[in-house]
Design a protein around this ligand. Structure first.
Ligand code: NAD
Ligand code: MG
Ligand code: MG
Ligand code: MG
Ligand code: MG
Ligand code: MG
Length: 340
């Protein structure tokens, strides 16, 4: 059984007694900075010169500094810049300003696990990784709830890194939902696998194939959109409430029988073999190298794939239909349709 912990297991005063620099003010960055501040923690935000995020952070009353100055003024540094820029940012602005006794925090273990970042001696290295998108980390906190977190300590230089990490986890609201103790290796490998095989890659492709098969057979794209994309949330909500069993309980017997006889034919054992290959390429660093090499070259493959994805016919149909469903509000003010 995993080691789980909740708010009562953490001492909020530990992080309240430190100064935290949040590096980056994107999806996770804004959520951590605002949740920490609202939990009574001293926070500054570190951004590169000319960052478009600076105005948003200042509008919230947060202090915005250069990355170097934010690191100098703080003793806990949470790196929430994109994974692919962390190595360069770390070498030029973070590491030179770290001192013994500081703590270096991550929300994903990528750069430590694959060796792109190594902390200097005397510095704690820990992870507080919310298991949900940053915008929900903020929204849930404001609503008195939280997004569950994975917590790990890679280097315990102070001998107190764990207490610091769970205190931070409590301050962002994560321990309201629950924390699980893990390692950088387990978090990194399972996170990459989950997003590639199931949550993002697998689900996106499944939805697109379903939409393609129906529209290519001559069915209306609007009907295909509702069937293959919109209804997915309703089905997944039932899984969250009561597992796959509750989903099967709620659907018709016809749908349930179709689930049993057709599911394993669509997602056949070959898919499981493909998933094992994906996991192997994550573990041996092939995926990390592929991603970082492309990013270092200016991300030509990444940009081409993003453009191709945006051209899929399901996006056009979806945009029209969502415009007609007034209750589907886009509450994330910095999201524009078509950006990723
Ligand atoms: P993001 O892309 O939303 O935001 C990154 C922010 O970093 C930008 O808004 C900007 O303020 C800053 N930034 C961008 N480029 C920079 C540069 N070159 N130099 C300095 N600062 C720069 O990032 P994110 O999705 O919040 O990811 C941050 C970390 O959190 C990553 O390690 C990621 O794996 C992890 N994580 C993200 C999520 C999520 O919900 N997106 C969930 C769990 C963990
Ligand atoms: Mg994840
Ligand atoms: Mg991830
Ligand atoms: Mg149906
Ligand atoms: Mg039923
Ligand atoms: Mg993105």
């Amino acid at each position: 059984m995993a080691e789980m912990f909740y708010e009562d297991d953490a001492d909020l005063s530990v992080i309240q007694g430190r100064k935290v620099a949040i590096i980056g003010y994107g999806s996770q960055g804004h959520a951590h900075a605002l949740n920490l501040r609202d939990s009574g923690v001293q926070v500054v935000v570190g951004l590169r010169d000319g960052s478009s995020s600076a105005a948003k952070a200042k509008a919230e009353g947060l202090t915005v500094l250069s990355v170097a100055d934010a690191v100098k003024q703080s003793d806990v540094v949470m790196i929430l810049a994109p994974d692919q820029v962390q190595r360069g940012l770390y070498e030029s602005e973070i590491q030179p300003n770290l001192k013994s006794g500081d703590a270096l925090f991550f929300a994903h273990g990528f750069n430590i696990r694959f060796g792109y970042i190594t902390a200097p001696e005397g510095v704690d290295v820990a992870m507080v990784a919310p298991k949900g998108p940053g915008h929900l980390v903020r929204r849930e906190y404001v609503d008195g709830r939280g997004v569950p977190v994975l917590v790990a300590v890679e280097v315990d230089a102070s001998g107190k890194a764990w207490d610091l990490a769970i205190s931070y986890a409590a301050a962002i609201g994560g321990l309201r939902a629950g924390g699980i103790k893990t390692t950088f290796t387990e978090e990194t490998e399972t996170d990459l696998f989950g997003e590639q095989a199931v949550l993002c890659g697998g689900t996106s492709q499944l939805v697109m194939y379903g939409f393609e098969v129906l529209t290519e057979a001559g069915y209306q794209p609007e009907v295909a959109y509702f069937e293959c994309l919109h209804e997915l949330k309703l089905i997944v909500d039932l899984m969250i409430e009561g597992g796959i069993a509750k989903q099967r309980w709620s659907i018709s017997d016809t749908a349930e029988f179709g689930d049993y006889v057709s599911g394993p034919r669509v997602i056949d054992p070959h898919v499981k073999e493909n998933m094992k290959t994906i996991l192997a390429e994550i573990k041996d660093g092939t995926f990390a190298k592929h991603f970082i090499d492309d990013q270092d070259a200016g991300a030509p493959e990444f940009k081409a794939l993003r453009d191709k994805g945006a051209q899929h016919p399901i996006e056009k149909t979806g945009k029209e239909l969502r415009g007609l469903m007034s209750w589907i509000k886009d509450t994330d003010s910095d999201y524009t349709e078509g950006s990723a």
